[in-house]
Design a protein. Sequence first.
Length: 394
Amino acid sequence: MTLDINRLRAETPGTAHVLHLNAAGSALPSRRTLDATLDYLRLEGEIGGYEAADAKRSELDGFYPAVARLIGAQAGEIAFIENATRAWDMAFYSLDFRPGDRILTCVSEYSSNFISYLQVAKKTGAEIVVVPDDASGQIDLAALERAIDKRTRLISISHVPTQGGLVQPAEAVGKIANAAGVLYLLDACQSVGQLPVDVDAVGCDFLSVTGRKYLRGPRGTGFLYAREKTTGDIEPVFLDNHAARWTEDRGYSVVPGALRFENWERYFAGVVGLKAAVDQANELGMDAIWGRIRTLADGLRARLAEMKGVVLTDLGQLKGGIVTFAVPGADHAALKAGLRARKINVTVSTQFSSRLDLKGRGLPTVMRASVHVYNDEAEIDRFVAALGEAIHRG
């Protein structure tokens, strides 16, 4: 399927105001998503919050099959969560870690996740095992297999790290985890919406996703996938009267399916807005979206590779829409600010986000430009020219 780039740009109001290369932070929403979110908020203002939820029940309920279609799941395996971190937390902290349990992760792991490993290890006596990278910079699959033993409780990695274009071999990791009978938690906040993800092919037991990045949904939205076959008996760390029922004075029952990971109070306008964004991704087709993103990112890398004073820092055999680079001797934060003054949005990734990876490579910071389908080649050229001018002035 071929994407109509001009139409996509016309349907994305932000492209008229900024050159946005920060989809990995928070992408520009389409007018369709904006309208769905804002119309719902207006309805709440006109008739009341509970009444709006009743009036829009079919759209709210439609969120689950829409997301399920996107990732190849069942609707009952999807829970709306306010962001990817909380979705990840609901899975991770619901596991009953004990002394000696091993958590296997990767060098490029995200800081929020690693802090959680550290906290649980401190409280329970579980052990964190960082599986080394292979020569390409992705997780070493042979080393992962060797690291698994009878104490291994969880394999947990980020599919696409925040600080680079690396796409981890999530399906290969899943085959190893499934063969060993080890639970597999995949942080997919940078991958779902950017590239095709099929949870059956990946083999993950939990998958956490945000709405604001490549899905182009509202901020304050996300979801958790929980495979019913392998996680159905896991009780969430938090329960309320949406996730469970008070069945006796001194007893309760947890609701079936992934809804047990939800809260009763949630961002209802965000549910509708994220559904609109997911519907659009389903209609455009993830293969087409992924093809367009890779074309733009590969073109950007090729241009940057020719620039004097720029060093590409992306790792992996497969690279996606996040393009990172360093300008030795330059102040990356100042470069970012200078570009923003010209209405060009990029960001800077620091060791705060991924300490083991960037510190291990001797990179205090890297600049990050992340493309999406609404970008075009003229914008890529404009960015490279502006970057060159900023470097020359510096």
